[in-house]
Design a protein around this ligand. Structure first.
Ligand SMILES: O=C(O)CCC(=O)C(=O)O
Ligand SMILES: [Fe+2]
Length: 591
């Protein structure tokens, strides 16, 4: 046997999505849509030409003006005309070729050539020069020798170059030096590394071959310890905090929990309170108001085709009952004698994680075991159903059928058909009351993923073992619950808006109706069962639900009337149900 309940004594009030969307407004964006969008965005910011690390793009961006432009089209040697037979070409006598007579060239007086006056050159700040050169050379000589250096030198060769040998020797010590103490730590670090550290060869070698060699060690180096620390609190990553001031930590000396010494944890004992240990509840002492507080509504106009006036009256009554409490009786539902299946011996293997028999204590509400047993039936699932297509194991089985009574399946079918008709009639009244077409909800519930529970409550015996509650307080998480119970009174209790518990005792010929989380324009009302009378109470809630695939979201008309943005996000009913079912029973005790 297995555990599993859905739609019945279930999760706590959730206040999930409410009402129902128009078809066109209902389709939610899928994850994959989002993923596609993200990809698109990504592409738009990541230039494809950059090819990851972007050596070329970076160089191009940084020195666009310095880069030579290639004006000549590259020549494909293979495309040049080639003589068919080189041997057939006439032999050439090099001695016979005309040679230029150097004596005939005009003499050039070097003294007349313009020479730059070094004194007129602007003073150079070596700290900046070295920094700039360092950075540039890191690029040229370091990580990008071929691309950057190749391109840059091709261009430089065409530029006039001063004869550095003619420049006066520069005594670096005499040059003005930037006061590095004023540098910010981050930039100072970079600059000084470039100037004094790893790049002397690039700087001295390629650029200024005629300059005297500079002993990097002799260059003034800022005392970084004296640099002001200006890290902003919001960027602690940048801080070079004075870690030396922290006491050294010997990891081996850190206290380590001795896991072997930890007490073993029995998972089965974890989230579920031991109901036997709960304090005894004396229901007689609980403040419970009179059943008369719950309204009764006649829905005959929506069952037998009443006239417009009768429908208006019934719809207004349903609307008021839903607003005031969320719990009410319905009469005039057209179901003559609701069948209450008898309790019988059940020996049933579960076919999934939800359908079938559930022992006392296997259903969990509010982390406590409920004191009842149940038999759960769900809408059948055909081969094309979303549950099968999505491989949802929890609900993919078929309803088990007990041997007794022999006509069990037929009784269930009859009951389901009747309950669905009652559910549809109430939803028609509800739509009408909201000012919608009375069939507004039809397409969202014509394949209702209904649930029916057959529940047996042994009496709680506070005096004997202090067992707490028959079914913990909860809201139902679907659309409408149509409750058919035996004659036991005082068991089902409903929390009113003012916070008091009201008994919802059975009234002959009436069903108790309550609305679930999916009809959240109204109140999905908290209720519970505390059964202490001596009998074995039987109740059969029928949970009339939307189609599994129905996307439930605030009705535009309700959003409009509220004058606020919608409070709920769209949710597919089936997903909501699965979440609830998953948290609703004690798998550890399943058989
Ligand atoms: O047994 C009852 O009267 C109510 C049961 C119930 O609330 C439920 O199964 O959700
Ligand atoms: Fe319930």
């Amino acid at each position: 046997m297995d555990a599993g309940v859905a739609g019945a004594c279930g999760a706590a009030a959730s206040g999930s999505a409410s009402v129902w969307a128009d078809d066109d407004a209902a389709k939610p964006r899928s994850d994959s849509d989002d993923a596609d969008d993200a990809d698109d965005d990504d592409d738009s910011v990541r230039p494809r030409g950059a090819a990851g690390r972007r050596p070329r793009g970076a160089a191009g961006r940084r020195h666009p003006a310095a880069l030579p432009r290639r004006r000549c089209r590259p020549v494909d040697p293979a495309a040049l005309p080639v003589a068919d037979d080189p041997a057939a070409l006439p032999a050439v006598d090099p001695a016979a070729l005309p040679v230029a007579d150097p004596a005939a060239l005009p003499a050039v007086d070097p003294a007349a050539l313009p020479v730059a006056d070094p004194a007129a050159l602007p003073a150079v700040d070596p700290a900046r020069a070295a920094g700039a050169a360092g950075r540039r050379h890191r690029g040229a000589a370091g990580r990008r020798p071929r691309g950057a250096a190749g391109r840059r030198h091709r261009g430089v060769a065409a530029l006039p170059v001063a004869d550095t040998a003619a420049l006066p020797a520069v005594d670096p010590a005499a040059l003005p030096v930037a006061d590095t103490a004023r540098c910010r730590p981050s930039t100072a670090g970079r600059r000084h590394r470039g100037a004094a550290g790893r790049r002397p060869r690039g700087a001295a070698g390629r650029r200024h071959p005629a300059l005297p060699a500079v002993d990097p060690a002799a260059l003034p180096v800022a005392d970084t310890a004296a640099l002001p620390v200006r890290c902003r609190p919001s960027t602690p990553r940048r801080c070079r905090s004075p870690t030396a001031a922290l006491p050294a930590v010997d990891p081996a000396a850190l206290p380590v929990a001795d896991t072997a010494a930890l007490p073993a944890v029995d998972p089965a004992a974890l989230p579920v309170a031991d109901t036997a240990a709960l304090p005894a509840v004396d229901p007689a002492a609980l403040p419970v108001a009179d059943t008369a507080a719950l309204p009764a509504v006649d829905i005959a106009a929506f069952v037998g085709g009443g006239d417009a006036a009768a429908k208006r009256r019934a719809a207004a009554a349903v609307d008021a009952a839903c607003r005031d409490c969320g719990f009410f009786y319905v009469v005039g539902h057209g179901v003559a004698a609701p069948a209450t299946p008898q309790k019988d011996e059940v020996s049933i293997a579960r076919t999934d994680l939800a359908r079938g028999y559930q022992r006392i204590g296997q259903n969990i509400t509010q982390y406590a075991r409920d004191w009842h047993e149940g038999f759960d039936l769900y809408a059948p699932v055909g081969p094309d159903h979303t549950i099968r297509k999505r491989g949802l194991r929890t609900l993919a089985g078929t309803n088990p059928v007990p041997r007794n009574p022999p006509d069990f399946a037929a009784i269930v079918d009859d009951c389901v058909a009747k309950m669905r008709r009652v559910g549809e009639a109430i939803m028609h009244a509800m739509a009408f009351g909201l000012g919608l077409d009375e069939n507004f909800f039809d397409s969202r519930m014509d394949d209702s993923f209904w649930v029916m529970r057959l529940i047996g409550y042994p009496p709680l015996d506070p005096a004997a073992d202090g067992v707490g509650i028959s079914c913990g307080e909860h809201t139902d998480y679907g659309c409408l619950t149509i409750l058919n119970t035996d004659e036991t009174t005082g068991a089902l209790q409903v929390k009113s808006k003012s916070g008091e518990w009201i008994t919802a005792d059975p009234i002959p010929g009436a069903f108790v109706i309550n609305i679930g989380d999916m009809v959240n324009i109204y109140t999905s009302t908290l209720h519970r069962v505390i059964h202490t009378k001596g009998n074995f109470r039987v109740s059969v809630p029928f949970f009339f639900e939307p189609n599994f695939d129905t996307v439930v979201e605030p009705l535009p008309i309700c959003v409009e009337r509220s004058g606020r943005p919608p409070l709920h996000k769209p949710v597919m009913y089936g997903d909501h149900l699965l979440r609830k079912v998953g948290g609703n029973f004690d798998i550890s005790s399943a058989e």
